[in-house]
Ligand binder design. Structure first.
Ligand code: NDP
Length: 443
């Protein structure tokens, strides 16, 4: 369709070199042709042209002093992509690979993901090219304080509410929230992922991983399958991977492999999560240390090899484009019947094509990992009413939200004649709500 081709061309030209952003936009636009045919009013109102252009992009200097007294300078970002259905909402990523294109791809995906949750949240994302690895606690604190010293003027509980992402967990959220509170003299729900004694929500830590399994469970249940007795491979060993693994065990499956950016471990008896939590969450060490404690387990260098491990279900939960065409072929050859994306855009377009062709049930990240931001939305609600719900209450709400997202994505796919294509179903369902709001709000 001409409109979509023109928009894609303009995105490529206007955002030259931003590969991940182009990839994320292309995937959504590819789903929208039947929608625009049915809704000429979206074309007339320039909804697609507007939705691919962030409302605001902020880039700033983040100077901080390291432990040797030397001044270091990083770059900070916040992309406020779309606020049609609520305040901007999306995580902050601290990783050396961060650049404007990566933040834009994540912010763009966030628009549709947040829409799918059914909660009133717009899309945004931010971060820095700061590398938290190997930094002391003092360095992390000084960096976070400097980052917030600029960011505070752009955010607020009704404007933009950041959360964590790669490299940003409870510790970093704490230092940033502390700095915001100091500067503004306000105790408000301006960040989510807060500690339980200072405004956080129960289940937020577990939410993305748990939510991923709830979604995948719905998807495989619809085809008469379950986690019971299934072998599961999960990439990454961070927040998403660890709590996905925890839920896999609760649902009766067995996790046989986990990874980090250096390599992966294979434990045929099932990975012992207590050990992984201690190594990664408390000691902040490498996944290779696992084999020092469990001698029967094996460690392999290189994180990509994890997809050659035989499994029934694969949950890529590390980073974008970590699962390519060859990895998808290896999974199919080994009999994997379902893939659920815990990370954002972990599968390349070629890999997704292989899954669809081979009838592997495929849950796209936009839908499957929305449990994190959904629970952040629940944290915002609790902050607004100054109350804390119990673990069971939040977990129940999370479960319902994930089941609704699955239902919405699969029914939308069916309504557009694309049965079982949850990529298209999620893109279209997420888009419709935002597009209708944009229409109602005027240009
Ligand atoms: P963490 O920082 O807690 O963990 C990230 C994990 O992925 C680590 O094991 C890390 O290994 C690995 N990793 C990071 N970068 C790479 C890379 N370039 N290659 C290989 N492995 C890598 O992050 P999260 O678990 O929070 O996030 C993981 C993914 O889930 C991201 O795509 C994120 O955007 C997405 N996500 C997170 C949500 C959340 O609530 N946290 C919500 C929705 C999506 P190492 O330690 O070696 O760097």
């Amino acid at each position: 369709m001409k409109t979509l081709l023109n928009v894609m061309e303009q995105v490529n030209n206007r955002n030259a070199g931003e590969r991940e952003f182009h990839q994320a936009v292309r995937e959504v636009l590819e789903s929208l042709e039947p929608v625009l045919e049915k809704h000429p009013e979206y074309v007339k109102a320039g909804i697609v042209e507007r939705i691919v252009e962030p409302e605001r992009q902020i880039m700033f200097r983040v100077p901080w002093v390291d432990d040797t007294g030397i001044v270091q300078v990083n770059r900070g970002f916040r992309v406020q992509f779309n606020s049609a259905i609520g305040p901007y909402k999306g995580g902050l990523r601290f990783h050396p690979s961060v650049n404007l294109g990566i933040i834009k791809f994540l912010g763009f995906e966030q628009i549709f993901k947040n829409s799918l949750t059914g909660l009133p949240m717009g899309g945004g994302k931010g971060g820095s090219d700061f590398d938290p690895k190997g930094k002391s606690d003092g360095e992390i604190m000084r960096f976070c304080q400097s980052f917030m010293t600029e960011l505070y003027r752009h955010i607020g509980e009704d404007t933009d509410v950041p959360a964590g992402d790669i490299g940003v967990g409870g510790r970093e959220i704490g230092y940033m929230f502390g700095q915001y509170k100091k500067i503004r003299n306000q105790f408000t729900g301006v960040l989510t992922g807060k500690g339980l004694t200072w405004g956080g929500s129960l289940v937020r830590t577990e939410a993305t991983g748990y939510g991923l399994c709830y979604f995948v469970d719905e998807m495989i249940k619809a085809k008469g399958k379950s986690f019971k007795g299934a072998s599961v491979v999960i990439s990454g060993s961070g927040n998403v991977a660890i709590y996905a693994a925890e839920k896999v065990y609760q649902l009766g499956g067995k996790v046989v492999a986990l990874s980090d950016s250096n390599g992966y471990i294979y434990d045929a008896d099932g990975v012992k999560l207590d050990t992984v939590k201690r190594i990664k969450e408390i000691e902040r060490k490498r996944i290779s240390d696992y084999t020092k404690i469990h001698a029967d387990a094996k460690y392999f260098d290189g994180f990509r090899g994890i997809w050659t491990v035989k499994c029934d279900i694969a949950l890529p939960s590390a980073t974008q484009n970590e699962l390519d065409e060859d990895a998808a072929k290896a999974l199919v050859a080994n009999g994997c019947f379902a893939v659920g994306e815990g990370a954002n855009m972990p599968s390349t377009p070629e890999a997704i094509e292989i899954f669809h062709k081979n009838k592997v049930l495929f849950a796209p990240g936009k839908a499957a990992n929305a449990g994190g931001v959904a629970t952040s939305g629940l944290e915002m609600s609790q902050n607004s009413i100054r109350y804390q719900w119990s673990f069971e209450e939040v977990d129940e709400k999370l479960k319902n939200i994930m089941a609704n997202i699955y239902k919405n994505a699969s029914e939308t796919a069916r309504a557009y004649g694309l049965e079982d294509n949850l990529v298209a179903g999620a893109n279209i369902a997420g888009f419709l709500k935002v597009a209708n709001a944009m229409l109602a709000l005027g240009v």
